[in-house]
Design a protein around this ligand. Structure first.
Ligand code: ZN
Length: 297
């Protein structure tokens, strides 16, 4: 914890370009994103200074570490590291719209699925209905960090914005921007599609801050195609959903394979047949289907 004066921080931000290492955070809750580690040995290719990210409004007694505005510019790994916002007491102000930048809707379509819990997986973004081939635009100005194909996201683009936020665009049929290119808000970055783990054409859109997902509806009105406010206040409240994730992490499922019986599964997970029946609302005589998911914890 450090006492940081705003003015001092601003000077530091404008002068420094150090590769400051942030604390390592482990995260076991990234249920959906596990498959998206594109490389186990991320290549470091310099660091981007995120400016305009230096305003703390609650107090000048900041609990945000110095390394916060700097984080690695990694172009081969979508999810770099998490920042543990549960320990941050400040409210951060992130400018969304001003004379330099403004929000552009990535695609004006209906929301088919929102941020939050799915049956055994967490959904970290919004699904926006579109047809394959529809143009997808970047939400704010910034620099393309990722343009690749991933098993889950399909053709995916990640853009880091000048205000510190990152946005992710998944399931594209075509990617139209290259890594490291600087793009203005509204630039067409690709065409909508149905690639990766997707059932039907749609855009999977995420908003993240230091790789921690934010509920996009906290920021954007998807009905009115604009942001709620010109400046976004981010505090611990925005990360309350992590409590839900912790509860989900305690729940475990087993996918039934050929030859499995309730007895086998109970032994494998150190539980009892009656408990399995209770958790899944089934009877002891139920015939298990291959591929079916049973809750075991
Ligand atoms: Zn989605």
């Amino acid at each position: 914890m450090k006492l940081i004066y705003l003015s001092l921080l601003s000077i530091l931000l404008s002068v420094l370009s150090l590769d400051v290492k942030a604390t390592n955070y482990t995260d076991k809750d990234t249920v959906e994103t596990k498959g998206d580690v594109l490389s186990k040995t991320p290549k470091k290719a310099g660091v981007q200074l995120v400016n305009r990210f230096d305003v703390f409004i609650d107090s000048i007694n900041s609990t945000i570490p110095d390394s916060m505005p700097f984080y690695d510019w990694i172009t081969n790994d979508i999810h770099i590291r998490k920042f543990d916002f549960s320990k941050v007491e400040d409210t951060l102000q992130v400018v969304l719209n001003d004379s330099n930048d403004h929000y552009t809707p990535p695609f004006k379509g209906n929301i088919t699925s929102g941020f939050g819990k799915r049956r055994w997986r967490y959904h970290y973004g919004m699904d926006i209905d579109l047809n394959t081939g529809d143009t997808v635009r970047v939400a704010f100005s910034g620099r393309v960090r990722i343009s690749t194909y991933s098993k889950t996201y399909g053709n995916v683009i990640v853009v880091r914005h000048n205000n510190g936020l990152e946005t992710i665009y998944g399931h594209l049929s075509k990617r139209m921007v290259d890594i490291d290119s600087t793009i203005a808000t509204g630039t067409v970055i690709g065409l909508g599609g149905n690639t990766g783990r997707s059932y039907g054409s749609h855009l999977h859109f995420e908003v993240r801050l230091f790789d921690e997902a934010l509920d996009p509806t906290d920021i954007i009105s998807f009905e009115h195609f604009k942001t709620h406010y010109d400046t976004l206040n981010i505090s611990q409240c925005n990360f309350m959903y992590r409590e839900e994730l912790k509860m989900m992490a305690a729940i475990k499922y087993h996918r039934v394979r050929s030859g499995n019986t309730l007895g086998h599964i109970a032994v494998k997970y150190g539980t009892s047949i009656s408990k399995l029946c209770r958790l899944n609302g089934i009877s002891r005589n139920k015939i298990l289907q291959i591929g079916e998911r049973l809750r075991v914890r």
